[in-house]
Design a protein around this ligand. Structure first.
Ligand code: ADP
Length: 355
């Protein structure tokens, strides 16, 4: 058997982790964040696609600047890797302010949030990633901070407890989430600058992103290689960048040009199918079709039968499978469509007899 070069020896799980960055280990996170940092657009003009969001932000930022106020609070949502964090960075750059970065799971106590907020300087942009993972008690401290710029903290316990109120420097909160449904109504209503949903990119936009990244990484590649990488990138910039790099490594190790043939071989080796589906996507489709007769099957049941986290399926696999029209979400659960039967080569007629 041909030996797989060390550099390409990623387990299927690692690939899923990098592409999905849901539940990623420290090592895979490092690789993703290295790529994210090197390839992150530095100006709005370099940020491809999401035109309606960019237009809205331009107006919001210009209006705030005209009034000499920090922009109002903004929430971005959508699947991982679509460019939410990048937008936060661009807003900070555009407005020339300092950006402080934290995340829902990193803020464990009310005191953590209090120290972040009291350390902000006037005009700062505070970015909270994965804001759906903030706990309720902390969320409640955030409301007045977002609304009136005040921080109410309770000091002490029992009868001697007292509340002190601190004035905060004016700031803009930019938050991101992959799970908008988990954001409570009161928290949502505080994002007065707007709540923006990031859409999957078009194939052409992903091609532009791959072309730009290849240039930045000094990778020589052909047009058909770029379009093949784009086609398998789940309409997602982070995935596109990751696949480009894997193909570059493969071409380098095999001393070959990065053409379509190299892309086909490199992506086959890491288990990405012609539509960009990973091993776990295929297993999900097969489970719905073969074990649950095409569905409907509830998310909990599906996750349990796959020994997978519900969140991973919901945040990473499902959005792309829905986008491809391979599954439908009904009130009674997930169902496989005819297109899914066709893709995994299961005769569609089975569907009729099994239902
Ligand atoms: P999210 O926060 O939604 O998970 P990121 O903002 O971290 O996604 O984006 C991941 C990477 O994808 C970025 O570092 C950047 O290299 C690339 N990227 C995202 N959106 C775009 C875009 N619109 N144009 C070009 N590259 C992008």
């Amino acid at each position: 058997m041909k030996e797989i070069p060390k550099d390409l020896e990623n387990s299927e799980e690692q690939i899923e982790e990098i592409i999905g960055t849901v539940g990623a280990t420290e090592e895979t996170k490092k690789e993703t964040s290295f790529l994210d940092l090197t390839l992150r657009p530095e100006k709005f003009d370099e940020y491809i696609g999401q035109n309606s969001i960019k237009e809205n932000l331009r107006i919001l930022l210009a209006a705030a600047k005209g009034r000499n106020n920090p922009p109002e609070h903004i929430l971005f949502y959508g699947p991982p890797g679509l460019g939410k964090t990048t937008l936060a960075h661009l807003i900070a750059k555009e407005t020339g302010v300092q950006m402080k970065v934290t995340s829902g799971p990193a803020i464990e106590k009310v005191g953590d949030l209090a120290s972040i907020l009291t350390n902000l300087t006037p005009g700062d942009l505070l970015f909270i990633d994965e804001i759906h993972r903030l706990n309720k008690a902390i969320e409640e401290v955030l409301y007045p901070a977002m609304e009136t710029g005040q921080l109410d903290i309770v000091i002490g316990k029992g009868p001697s407890a007292r509340t002190i109120q601190l004035e905060l420097a004016p700031f803009t909160l930019v938050a991101a989430t992959t799970r908008i449904a988990l954001i409570s109504a009161p928290l949502r209503s505080r994002f007065s600058g707007g709540i923006f949903r990031l859409e999957f990119y078009t194939n052409e936009e992903i091609e532009q992103i791959v072309r730009r990244s290849a240039k930045l990484l000094n990778i020589e590649t052909s047009d058909d290689a770029i379009s093949e990488i784009a086609k398998r990138s789940r309409y997602t910039p982070r995935t596109a960048n990751y696949l480009l790099k894997r193909c570059r490594d493969y071409a380098q190790i095999h001393k070959r040009p990065l053409d379509k043939k190299t892309v086909d071989e490199a992506l086959k080796l890491i288990g990405i199918d012609p539509l960009g589906l990973t091993h776990s996507d295929i297993v999900i489709l097969k489970t719905i079709i073969e074990k649950f007769k095409g569905g409907p099957v509830g998310l909990g049941t599906l996750a349990a039968s796959l020994s997978e986290e519900e969140a991973t399926i919901e945040e990473f696999n499902e959005p792309y499978l829905l986008q491809l029209g391979f599954i439908e979400r009904t009130a009674r659960g997930r169902m496989a469509t005819d297109a899914a039967y066709k893709h995994i080569d299961s005769p569609a007629k089975d569907r009729g007899t099994l239902l």
